[in-house]
Design a binder for this molecule. Structure first.
Ligand SMILES: Cc1cc2nc3c(=O)[nH]c(=O)nc-3n(C[C@H](O)[C@H](O)[C@H](O)COP(=O)(O)OP(=O)(O)OC[C@H]3O[C@@H](n4cnc5c(N)ncnc54)[C@H](O)[C@@H]3O)c2cc1C
Length: 453
């Protein structure tokens, strides 16, 4: 690429000596959790401060070299990669700063686990947590961030008070819903297109003392979604999810709900479960500390690392479905993707949300009062690229089906998308994203792995 280094002299001077070009660094940064796409960068940069990020982005802009911020690399389709560009590895920028009475300031590379471990001892928690806490704050704020309480509190992007951002011109800026709101709304759910989040002020709420977790099993997915709707309407549980797990007889629909409580008061199981349509006697109920509950996937991660499956290809698929068409779509997908296809460790996730809680303009969800996250979590066999290619073709076909039925893509998964797809995906939000891109990242250096600009 040609450059005009004189345009950004200070960045050029301070950064060049700190770029890692060694094979191990480039190889690690050219890979992600998906293990589907592999694009080695020209170099990797590990900032220790927002000033470092600023200097790096100035340097890259001068060189016209692409920059991909990388949180924890849990993308599945190269979203945090930069072929022949620079991966900005934020894993070292991970401090949890001030914990206030109702907010916490954290560096973008901090994991949600470290946020929880810093806030819960003070009786506070971010209202919305992803199921898995090993994701970075910047990584999920760039996409949305959904969990079991999204039906009450929206996504993680709906619970941000302020952001420090380095935009694509290398300028460090602070933005919120009231100050530089254009940038704020272009960065939250903005897939890294306009700026690198370096620090976030997150909303905190009182942390529950204890959690009672309920797993209820259903004869059919329709009965599961019927109860999910009933529970949304009654707002009985603060936490509500669901999934279809493979078992010997096919798909086994399961509702997962939780009540938060402080002993000696206890949840009243009978009144919570009485009018539900699950298979009687199938209930699994356990009490946990809040931290054990929100960090419950740590043991699964350890198991998958031990068997090696954690390192196999994960061509995951994620979409938001309108409540009005969810049942037909789930049945069609469950017929096309069999339990054998996704393996014992896989699942189809089905989480219900109230749409009015979802307020982030760039996180695109269907126009329906009730919206479901629907995801296919599958592990493909290693060293079988044709099997992965086949899954990607199916993922695209399923996306077409979902779009025709009014659904949208949750863009964390493995679906090939071209520019026309993105324009359609963002819909009425496209002009403002496009305008923000031209304003904040005029040289289009940021986050090429999304394939938007
Ligand atoms: C095991 C697992 C469990 C998951 N569970 C959930 C879940 O419960 N709920 C949910 O909503 N999602 C979930 N996801 C999806 C996950 O939220 C996204 O893939 C998320 O982007 C990953 O975070 P990360 O830190 O690994 O980001 P990365 O993969 O490193 O980056 C993701 C994207 O964000 C950009 N980016 C990263 N950091 C920044 C930054 N600081 N500023 C600007 N852009 C940035 C990257 O360039 C890239 O485009 C899960 C994924 C996995 C693999």
């Amino acid at each position: 690429m040609t450059g005009r280094p004189a345009e950004f002299p200070e960045g050029r001077l301070s950064v060049r000596g700190r770029l890692a070009h060694d094979k191990a660094s480039r190889s690690a940064a050219g890979q992600d959790f998906g293990r589907v796409v592999r694009q080695e960068p020209w170099a990797v940069f590990r900032p220790e401060s927002a000033e470092d990020v600023s200097a790096l982005v100035r340097f890259a802009a001068a060189q016209r070299r692409a920059v991909a911020p990388r949180g924890r690399g849990h993308s599945t389709f190269g979203q945090a990669q930069a072929a022949d560009g620079i991966v900005l590895d934020l894993s070292g920028l991970r401090a949890v700063h001030e914990v206030g009475p109702d907010f916490v300031d954290v560096d973008a590379g901090a994991s949600w686990r470290s946020v929880v471990l810093a806030t819960v001892p003070r009786g506070l928690t971010p209202p919305v947590l992803t199921d898995y806490l090993g994701l970075s704050v910047g990584g999920t704020l760039s996409v949305g961030g959904v969990g079991g309480v999204t039906h009450r509190h929206g996504m993680q992007t709906d619970n941000v008070l302020r952001l420090d951002v380095v935009t694509g011109d290398g300028v460090a800026r602070t933005c919120s819903a009231h100050t530089e709101s254009t940038l704020f709304h272009a960065v939250l759910g903005g897939l890294g297109q306009c700026g690198v989040i370096t620090r976030a002020r997150l909303r905190l709420v009182p942390a529950p003392a204890r959690v009672r977790r309920y797993k209820l099993y259903y004869a059919t997915p329709r009965r599961l979604t019927a109860d999910q709707r009933r529970l949304l309407a009654s707002d009985r549980f603060p936490y509500l999810e669901g999934q279809l797990k493979p078992d010997a007889s096919g798909w086994r629909p399961r509702l997962e709900a939780a009540s938060f409580f402080s002993p000696p008061e206890l949840p009243l199981d009978e009144s919570l479960l009485d009018d539900l349509g699950h298979e009687r006697g199938s209930e699994e109920i356990e009490d946990l500390s809040y931290v054990d509950f929100v960090d419950r996937l740590t043991s699964s991660e350890a198991d998958l690392r031990a068997t090696g499956e954690w390192f196999h290809p994960h061509p995951w698929w994620n979409a938001f479905l309108p409540g009005s068409t969810v049942d037909d779509l789930v049945e069609e997908v469950a017929a096309r993707v069999t339990p054998d296809d996704i393996g014992a460790g896989g699942a189809l996730l089905l989480y219900p949300f109230t749409r009015r809680r979802l307020t982030t303009p760039l996180v695109r969800t269907p126009d329906d009062p009730v919206v479901f996250l629907f995801a296919i979590l599958r592990t493909a066999p290693p060293d079988q690229p044709t099997a992965v290619e086949e899954i990607i073709r199916l993922n695209r076909a399923l996306y077409e089906q979902v779009r025709a039925a009014g659904g949208t893509r949750y863009p964390v998964g493995t679906v090939p998308f071209d520019r026309a797809d993105w324009v359609r995906h963002f819909g009425t939000a496209w002009p403002s994203l496009h305008e923000a891109k031209e304003r904040y990242d005029p040289h289009h250096v940021l986050t090429p792995g999304q394939g938007i600009f």
